[in-house]
Write a new protein. Sequence first.
Length: 119
Amino acid sequence: MWDGFDKRKFPRLNLQCEILIQSDKNSPPLKTTTENVGRGGVAVILDQPLERFSRCHVRLELGSDLPKLEGDGRVVWAVPTSDGKGAKKRFDTGIEFTKLNPAEQEKLHKFLNASQKKS
């Protein structure tokens, strides 16, 4: 994961949650896990790049016994990286939540508060 300056408005927790990212209606969703999650967005590692500032739709699975969170987002950064063995190029990607309805925001807020208390 990219280790640059942290200028985030909302702190993030290192949590691995399943996420589907739909960059446009004509392409299949990208399924991966989060590197970290915060009230303002998520960081993920992808096998293919998403264009910076492009819009997307996300579906975040907070846990098997918890409701899924859905909303719109925007790619705010994408940094090329390798898979650890150096053979495969991957992309450390930050997605900012741009449109979560109030109920979705509340679900995320409660989940993050509970997760933070556990760690």
